[in-house]
Design a protein around this ligand. Structure first.
Ligand SMILES: Cc1cc2nc3c(=O)[nH]c(=O)nc-3n(C[C@H](O)[C@H](O)[C@H](O)COP(=O)(O)OP(=O)(O)OC[C@H]3O[C@@H](n4cnc5c(N)ncnc54)[C@H](O)[C@@H]3O)c2cc1C
Length: 473
């Protein structure tokens, strides 16, 4: 039981800094701040602090540090590993009201934004200036720039543009004692010592609070083509990827994949959709190509590459979107999978990566290893074929009781993560470690975790920034 009265002076001081609308306590704390999207974690914090400018973020962190109270930064709260959930007695620091666009320079091709801007808002502001912010996630309407930086979010366009880490030129951070470290200059080259911003990117709020960032912008695509290709098996899909890479070059923006089972779940979940193909296929690749050049050169080039793929039997059939609406419908088949998996009953999910060329062997070996332990398990493995990030999801055997299946989670995790290690992959490709994968990280990479603890000790010696996330105390 947390003794709230012991924190009364802190809460009074925070209210003084933030005003009534800037601090929620007790019943005023809304569900959005305490529930995680998958419902896995739930906890009631001491309070939710909602500053609107840098100075108040700094004051909140300093006051909490003086009182010895832990802080959990929160953006859009779309994270899937319990990273933004604050325990009892901890203060949520929500950046949602720090959402100004501080500047956009078309010559530098950069923009300076505050942490609480949504990803969709940033993409729209870049587009309005004829530029492009190339991180795109299904959660972008709610996910914030601060959250995507803190988790080094990936997404659908990584194959071409890289992850969030690659889009950042500068950062402004409030450190554990409330001091501000600001390095927001839009420099493309800067080798003056350690690249400190990279330490905070992907640190999931455990080393500092990101308050603003200077982001690199790309030329806006002017031509785009989306197609879905039917594949017989994963080795053929990998040969197809190689063919698309060499034929489309830097225009290949996305290459996703999904199995038949996922297609069936999504068609159940989205009754307005229809199967793009006349007959079922074991696997599907969703491909997007974009060009920033004016004119219509992409279409002919892409059609020729797709035609060659058919002729060489790298795919069994192709559907090319004839309009933006059709392109969106094809993307919805891919992006709807997570939500649609409920039609298969209970599921156990892993966000992992392996070297791209290892995908077929990894999938075959891991599925066999799982089948040795449990019969009739239904793999629903999909994700980003082009960058090796697999959402290695498992649906329960049809006749099994969901609770019995969920009880197998620890065993499934051990099998999957042991295989990930065997294939020199990562147990957390894009969602991060949060609370969910702390123990697994410590089990599999003790040397890395020991070094991470030294960094944590240097930047947050009292352990008050997002405790229990990434590193177990
Ligand atoms: C439908 C759906 C689709 C998704 N698709 C993808 C995908 O394709 N790729 C992908 O990578 N992720 C994906 N995600 C996961 C999630 O959207 C990302 O992790 C996103 O980056 C989280 O942003 P957020 O603002 O919601 O952060 P939150 O969930 O609020 O926080 C995430 C972590 O960052 C920390 N944090 C937040 N803001 C700050 C800050 N300003 N300073 C320091 N630390 C901070 C939090 O403490 C927490 O540890 C998806 C989620 C959903 C629900």
């Amino acid at each position: 039981m947390v003794d709230v009265s012991a924190n009364k002076p802190l809460l009074r001081a925070l209210r003084h800094v933030l005003g009534d609308n800037g601090l929620f306590e007790a019943e005023a704390v809304q569900a959005v701040h305490v529930e995680e999207p998958r419902g896995r974690y739930h906890a009631m914090p001491l309070a939710v602090a909602r500053p609107t400018e840098l100075e108040s973020v700094s004051a909140v962190v300093r006051l909490c540090a003086e009182a010895g109270v832990a802080i959990v930064p929160q953006g859009g709260h779309t994270g899937l590993v319990g990273g933004a959930i604050a325990g009892p007695g901890e203060v949520v620091l929500s950046l949602e009201r720090m959402s100004r666009l501080r500047g956009l320079d078309p010559v530098d091709a950069s923009m300076l934004v505050e942490a609480g801007c949504t990803l969709a808002g940033v993409r729209a502001a870049a587009a309005a200036a004829g530029l492009f912010y190339p991180v795109s996630l299904a959660s972008e309407g709610t996910a914030t720039i601060g959250g995507t930086l803190a988790t080094n979010a990936g997404g659908n366009l990584t194959i071409r543009y890289g992850n969030t880490r690659e889009q950042v030129l500068g950062l402004e951070v409030v450190l554990a004692d409330g001091q501000v470290w600001s390095d927001l200059d839009p420099l493309r080259k800067d080798n003056s010592g350690y690249d400190l911003k990279q330490l905070f990117i992907g640190s999931e709020g455990t080393l500092g609070i990101i308050t603003a960032a200077t982001l690199k912008l790309a030329p806006a695509p002017r031509q785009s083509l989306t197609a879905m290709l039917a594949c017989a098996d994963l080795p053929t899909a990998m040969a197809l990827l190689k063919h698309l890479r060499s034929g489309l070059g830097e225009c290949l923006s996305a290459c996703e994949f999904l199995p038949r089972l996922a297609m069936e779940f999504v068609l159940l979940d989205q009754p307005a959709q229809r199967d793009p193909f006349d007959s079922p296929h074991p696997w599907y690749a969703l491909v997007q190509a974009d060009s920033s050049l004016p004119g219509d050169s992409l279409e002919a080039a892409a059609h020729s590459v797709l035609h060659q793929a058919l002729e060489s039997r790298l795919c069994g059939d192709v559907v090319v979107a004839g309009s933006e609406t059709q392109a969106k419908a094809l993307w919805s088949l891919r992006e709807g999978i997570s939500a649609a998996q409920k039609h298969g009953g209970a599921s156990i999910k892993h966000d992992i990566s392996v070297p791209v060329a290892s995908i077929p062997a990894f999938v075959a070996d891991t599925v066999s290893a799982l089948e040795r332990s449990m019969t009739d398990i239904r793999p629903c493995i999909f994700g980003h074929l082009g960058d090796g990030n697999l959402h290695f999801n498992l649906s329960q055997p049809a006749p099994m009781n969901p609770e019995r299946f969920r009880a197998l989670e620890t065993e499934c995790n051990r099998i999957v993560f042991d295989q990930v290690r065997r294939y020199r992959g990562s147990i957390a490709a894009e969602h991060g470690i949060g609370q969910l994968r702390c123990n697994e990280l410590a089990r599999g990479q003790p040397d890395k975790v020991a070094l991470m603890r030294r960094v944590k000790q240097a930047l947050d010696p009292d352990g008050l920034l997002n405790p229990g996330k990434v590193l177990r105390p």
